[in-house]
Design a protein around this ligand. Structure first.
Ligand code: PLP
Length: 455
């Protein structure tokens, strides 16, 4: 392959050997390739993406513009604090904003994802008990917790103790009081839980856990239902993680970088990861001077680009964040009410930001959750979350988010109704869905385990 000169600098052939065999393509060919590939995919920017537990909201483009500002995008983590005042101030203020939104006292921005936040939280639990000379081996994890919760607890060496929710889909304080003991580090509660319900007895649950010197961890990945409405710090929660890439608007779903800040009450602040951003007389700097810290959980300070997006989102909405949560809850309840005569609704009561149905009504036709959501793709919608939460057999978990218009939500409801009609009248056809997508029904296990990246 002939070598090309680089700009106006002719290559000195005596200095270069045989280079790697890269494909030689023009810009236009590359653009066409990637633009074509992008149209094979589905994203929030192309259609409704009601994936429960994932909060696939629209992410305003201004957040991308702020993250791309040269002062931010050109910042280097090894620059001295004196040359990084803007980025340090952004991080400091974001911590304060998240503390205000949640009602907690102190925040670390270091964890790179929700599950990473949970791991951080469990390390904080361990450090807290250790500082009091107490060794605890167990942790209470309800059946409606997110699946990452028991995994994160186990990573730190706690054995998860599973407890069941009651017939209303929430926890009873008595159940928790009965299992809480001096060997148990505390509880991990997903709130709202994975059935989309607010844990109403959370304060009594917290009292029962605190009575045995345990701690309360709240998985706040679903903060989209609570902003401006629930003061998490007031209801007995000691540690809470947030998913900036869900509630606070960062494109996700492609496995890209995330951010899972952890918010704590005052008594857990000494254990937070270092370095922490501190402020002295209007000057910001990083400090490692926290002797009880659990240490460092991420290279440098975490995923700063995601923090900028969240900061931009929070600053542009301000008190309107409350409306975000109100609309998210309204939209989910609207879908629940309009579909409940058609799909089986295991818990018929007001939900938070998502609602959970099942395929029970379609069982006679042998049509499953999977068949129905595959057909939804033919109608131009991303499937909702399915077979989760595990407490509902054949679960269909729908989270519309606040950013969908009533028109689009109505279209989704009509599409789902037409799928349900088809299930009753012509179930055989449904087994063939999807028909209008680039690929038909995939062997998902094989696709995950043996991906073909060159097709
Ligand atoms: C998404 C989610 C998590 C995990 O977050 P990641 O960023 O994917 O690690 C944890 N808990 C709940 C309730 C979630 O919805």
């Amino acid at each position: 392959m002939p070598r090309r000169d680089v700009g106006s600098f002719p290559l000195d052939e005596t200095l270069v050997g045989e280079g790697p065999n890269f494909p030689d393509l023009s810009e236009l060919e590359v653009i066409r390739h990637y633009t074509r590939l992008s149209t094979w995919n589905f994203g929030v920017d192309t259609g409704m993406y009601p994936l429960g537990s994932c909060t696939m909201k629209y992410n305003p483009k201004t957040n991308e513009r702020q993250a791309a500002l040269p002062g931010f995008s050109g910042a280097h983590p090894m620059l001295p604090a004196a040359l990084s005042q803007g980025v340090l101030r952004m991080m400091y203020e974001l911590e304060r904003l998240l503390a205000e939104i949640t009602g907690m006292d102190a925040v670390t921005l270091q964890p790179a994802a929700g599950a990473h936040g949970e791991l951080t939280g469990m390390l904080l639990f361990h450090a807290y008990h250790k500082s009091r000379g107490s060794r605890r081996s167990k942790i209470i994890v309800p059946d409606t917790a997110h699946g990452t919760n028991p995994a994160s607890a186990a990573l730190v060496g706690f054995s998860p103790v599973n407890v069941k929710s009651n017939e209303r889909g929430v926890l009873s304080a008595e159940t928790i009081a009965a299992v809480m003991d001096g060997e148990t580090a505390g509880i991990m509660v997903t709130n709202p839980n994975t059935l989309g319900f607010f844990e109403e007895e959370i304060r009594e649950i917290a009292d029962a856990v605190h009575a045995k010197d345990g701690l309360v961890y709240a998985d706040g990945a679903n903060m989209n239902a609570l902003m401006g409405i629930v003061n998490v710090g007031d209801i007995g929660v000691d540690v809470l993680h947030l998913n900036l890439h869900k509630t606070f608007s960062t494109p996700h779903g492609g496995g890209g970088p995330g951010s899972g800040p952890v918010c704590v009450k005052k008594r857990l602040e000494p254990f937070l990861p270092v370095p922490r951003v501190i402020e002295e007389n209007g000057i910001f700097r990083l400090s490692d001077d926290f002797p009880q810290t659990i240490g460092k959980l991420h290279a440098f300070y975490g995923n700063v680009g995601i923090m900028i997006r969240a900061y931009s989102y929070i600053r542009s909405l301000g008190p309107e964040l409350k409306k975000v949560s109100q609309l998210a809850v309204l939209n989910a309840n609207y879908i629940k009410e309009r579909l409940k005569g058609f799909l089986h609704l295991p818990y018929d009561r007001p939900c938070m930001h998502e609602c959970v149905f099942s395929d029970k009504n379609q069982a006679a036709q042998k049509v499953t959750t999977l068949d129905m959501v595959k057909r939804l793709m033919d109608h131009g919608f991303h499937p909702p979350t399915i077979y989760f939460p595990l407490v509902v057999h054949g679960a269909i978990m729908i989270e519309p988010t606040e950013t969908e218009s009533k028109e689009d939500i109505d279209l989704f409801i009509e599409a789902f109704k037409s799928v349900i009609r088809e299930a009753a009248e012509n179930p055989g056809e449904l087994l063939e869905a999807p028909r209008r997508t680039r690929v038909r029904r995939l062997d998902e296990t094989a696709a995950a385990r043996h991906p073909c990246l060159t097709c």
